[in-house]
Design a protein around this ligand. Structure first.
Ligand code: IFM
Length: 400
C-alpha cells in the first residue's frame, strides 16, 4: 500500500502511550510512581482498549492526522524479545487511522523507557542508541507503510526534568549528565532517522522539540544575555544538532519563560506577570508562539506543530487559546513560514506526568471512574478549523 498524497494541512490531536493507554506498568515511570515519587498512571484513559471508538471521534471531528506513541516496554518486554500481540495492537491503530482517512504520526519515544533499559543506565547505557535503532527497525518493519514519524519527544525537557532538576526518572541532578543525555538523545534521533529512511525513503521523519519563548525579565543586558543563553541551550542546540536529518522541525509550544541572569539555568514563568495562567501555572502567550514559529522557520525546513494546548477547566479559555494560537500560526504562515500541520495537545484529559490527573488538557473530558469521554465545545471549534483547510488570518471559520 503506498502512502496517500499529503493534504494541504495536517489537523490532528496528539497523545502518548503512557499518558492514555493504561497498563503500561513495565516502564521506568510506573516504577518511579510505585516508589512514591509521582502519581501512578494506572488505567490512564484506557485508550488501549478504546482506541477504535476514539479514532471514530477524531474522524467525526474531521481530523486528518493523529499523533500517538509506541510503548517500547510493552513491545520489547525483555531485551531483544518482542511481543507480537503488542505489535499487532499498534498495527491495528495504524490501520484504524488509515481506514478513517487519518494519517498516523508515530512517535517512537515519548519519555518512558522499558524498565530493563532503565536498569542498564537508561539513555546513558552504552548500548542505548543501538537498542533504540533495533526498536525503530522493528517498528518500521511491523507497522506497515507509516509515512509520518517522530523519533524522540522533547529531548530538552527529558534532560532537564530527569537529569538537572531530578524530578522525573532517573532523578539525577547533574549538569554534566544533563548535557550527556541531550547529546545521546540527538544521536538516537539521527540513528533512528537513518534507519527509517533506509527502508522508507519517502517517510517524513522529525523530532518534537519543546520550544519555549524566552524573554528577558528586565531590559538590562544581563537578562537579555540570559534569554539568549537559555534559547541557545534549550531550543536552538538540539534543532541545530539534528541538522539536515529532520525532514520537518517538530514544535511543541506552550508558553514563555522569563530569563534572569541570576539563575541562567532555571528560567521560570514570570512571577509578576498578570496574564492568565493555566492549570500548569504557565502563562498564555500566543505572541510567543508567533515568535517561535518565525524563529524556527529561519532554518528553512518545513515546520510541524506537533503539540500546542492548554490545561484548564474553563473550556471558554481553551477556545480563546485555540483562536489566539491559530491566528498566530496563520500569521507566521502568511509571512512565509512553511507550516504543514497542527496537533492539539491533547485529545483527552490524561496522565500529566508528575502532576498526575489534575491538569485537564483535553478536547474531551474523561470521567475518572467510568472513563467515559465527554466532548467539550472546544472540540467542535477545533473541528471547524480542521474542516476549513489551512488556517487563515481571517479568524475562526464560521459554523456550518
Ligand atoms: O503532557 C506533555 C507531553 O507529554 C509532552 N509535551 C508537553 C505536554 C504538556 O505538559
Amino acid at each position: 500500500m503506498s502512502a496517500p498524497p499529503a493534504p494541504a494541512f495536517w489537523w490532528g490531536v496528539a497523545t502518548s502511550a503512557h499518558q492514555v493507554d493504561g497498563g503500561t506498568d513495565q516502564n521506568d515511570w510506573t516504577r518511579w510512581a510505585r516508589a512514591g515519587r509521582v502519581p501512578e498512571a494506572g488505567r490512564a484513559c484506557d485508550h488501549w482498549n478504546r482506541f477504535a471508538e476514539d479514532l471514530d471521534r477524531f474522524a467525526a471531528l474531521g481530523l486528518n492526522a493523529y499523533r500517538f506513541s509506541l510503548e517500547w516496554s510493552r513491545l520489547e518486554p525483555r531485551p531483544g524479545v518482542d511481543d507480537p500481540e503488542a505489535w499487532d495492537h499498534y498495527r491495528a491503530v495504524v490501520e484504524g487511522c488509515r481506514r478513517r482517512g487519518i494519517e498516523p504520526l508515530v512517535t517512537l519515544s515519548h519519555f518512558t523507557l522499558p524498565a530493563w533499559l532503565a536498569d542498564a543506565g537508561g539513555w546513558l547505557a552504552p548500548d542505548a542508541v543501538g537498542r533504540f535503532v533495533r526498536f525503530t527497525g522493528e517498528a518500521v518493519r511491523r507497522l506497515g507503510p507509516v509515512r509520518l514519524w517522530c523519533t524522540v519527544n522533547e529531548p530538552s525537557v527529558l534532560a532537564v526534568m530527569g537529569y538537572l532538576r531530578g524530578v522525573w526518572p532517573p532523578g539525577e541532578r547533574s549538569l554534566r549528565r544533563t548535557w550527556q543525555v541531550l547529546a545521546r538523545l540527538v544521536r538516537a534521533h539521527r540513528a533512528a532517522y537513518r534507519t527509517i529512511k533506509a527502508t522508507r525513503p519517502d517517510a517524513w521523519v522529525g523530532l518534537a522539540h519543546h520550544v519555549i519563548r524566552f524573554r528577558p525579565r528586565t531590559p538590562g543586558l544581563g537578562d537579555r544575555l540570559a534569554a539568549a543563553f537559555a534559547d541557545a541551550l534549550f531550543n536552538r542546540w538540539t534543532i541545530a544538532r539534528c541538522g539536515p536529518e529532520q525532514d520537518y522541525i517538530g514544535v511543541n509550544y506552550y508558553t514563555c519563560h522569563w530569563a534572569d541572569w541570576h539563575r541562567p539555568f532555571d528560567p521560570l514563568p514570570a512571577v509578576d506577570d498578570t496574564r492568565p495562567r493555566t492549570q500548569m501555572g504557565w502563562v498564555v502567550d500566543p505572541e510567543g508562539f508567533y515568535d517561535v514559529l518565525k524563529a524556527v522557520g529561519r532554518h528553512g525546513r518545513p515546520v510541524l506543530v506537533t503539540e500546542n494546548g492548554i490545561a484548564t477547566d474553563r473550556d471558554e479559555e481553551r477556545q480563546a487559546f485555540l483562536v489566539a494560537h491559530l491566528e498566530a500560526l496563520a500569521r507566521a504562515r502568511a509571512e512565509g513560514v512553511d507550516i504543514r500541520g497542527y496537533f492539539y495537545w491533547s485529545a483527552f484529559d490524561n496522565y500529566e506526568w508528575a502532576e498526575g490527573y489534575v491538569p485537564h488538557f483535553g478536547l474531551y473530558a474523561v470521567d475518572p471512574v467510568t472513563l467515559e469521554r465527554r466532548e467539550r465545545p472546544s472540540a467542535r471549534l477545533f473541528s471547524r478549523y480542521a474542516r476549513a483547510g489551512p488556517p487563515s488570518v481571517s479568524g475562526p471559520p464560521a459554523p456550518r
